[in-house]
Design a protein around this ligand. Structure first.
Ligand SMILES: [Fe+2]
Length: 254
């Protein structure tokens, strides 16, 4: 049962030839808060430029920006975020490749957004990728239902930083099959591998990595200082694992 589950979640990595060499590190970041001054992420264009320089130094060629859409906390909406994104893209002028998605908090407002087809997603071939986060300490009734409904509506949901949810850590044998049935892909934060969120997320992220379960890894970058302190050592753990990270995003380069 567990082996079947692991096989179904395991990403299909392209061959090293198809991906252009023996590189195993991520080219694309999936999940970061680089869009300036729209949430708790980077606070200015200057900070965003510094973050992009840092990401490039680590080998990244591009990023999928995922600003929060969290009603009552970060009241962003797709149109406003697209405007800020367009302005940032003009400033960056091709130095670094950027795509826009969002990090949605899983509450009932997402059902309304689905009805209106007003969802900010990453277009990846024919797939519409939507990043969703749960609360950290207690599950909500809407949580898994949001993933299921998105999947049924033709989106590909991705659960953000699965390793950080306390209830998932404590009841993995219940939660991992439940998430698998929802159709969601799993995303982990690279910094978790280096202890950014403490020992429990670190241990869980390392266990998930050993099983090659997460389909996507992200910096979840909010501050430039995270890069040196957590992302760089986390990337070293990923490189040691031998897994080809974020291979699915290489379709973005096409
Ligand atoms: Fe985030």
């Amino acid at each position: 049962m567990m082996m079947d589950l692991l096989r179904r979640f395991r990403p299909q990595s392209p061959s090293t030839e198809a991906s252009g060499g023996t590189r195993l590190g991520p080219v694309w970041d999936f999940h970061c808060h680089l869009l300036p001054a729209v949430d708790d992420g980077l606070r200015s264009l200057e900070e965003t430029r510094a973050a992009i320089a840092g990401l490039r130094a680590l080998g990244y060629q591009g990023a999928v920006l995922t600003p929060h859409i969290y009603p009552g906390v970060y009241d962003n909406n797709p149109d406003q975020l697209r405007d800020v994104f367009r302005a940032l893209r003009q400033e960056i002028e091709g130095e670094f490749r950027l795509h826009l998605a969002a990090e949605y908090f899983a509450d009932a407002t997402l059902f309304t957004a689905m009805e209106r087809e007003d969802i900010l997603y990453l277009e990846l071939g024919s797939q519409k990728i939507v990043l969703v986060e749960f609360p950290t300490l207690m599950p909500t009734p809407e949580g898994v239902d949001v993933l299921l409904q998105l999947h049924r509506a033709g989106y590909q949901p991705v659960l953000a930083h699965v390793e950080r949810y306390r209830y998932v850590q404590l009841e993995q044998s219940i939660w991992l099959p439940r998430l698998e049935r929802s159709g969601a892909w799993l995303q982990c934060d690279i910094g978790s591998l280096a202890g950014q969120y403490g020992p429990h997320p670190q241990a869980f992220a390392r266990a998930l990595l050993d099983q090659a379960l997460p389909m996507l890894w992200g910096t979840d970058l909010h501050r430039v200082a995270q890069l040196e302190r957590y992302v760089e050592p986390g990337l070293a753990v990923l490189a040691k694992s031998g897994h080809h990270i974020n291979a699915v995003l290489e379709a973005l380069a096409a």
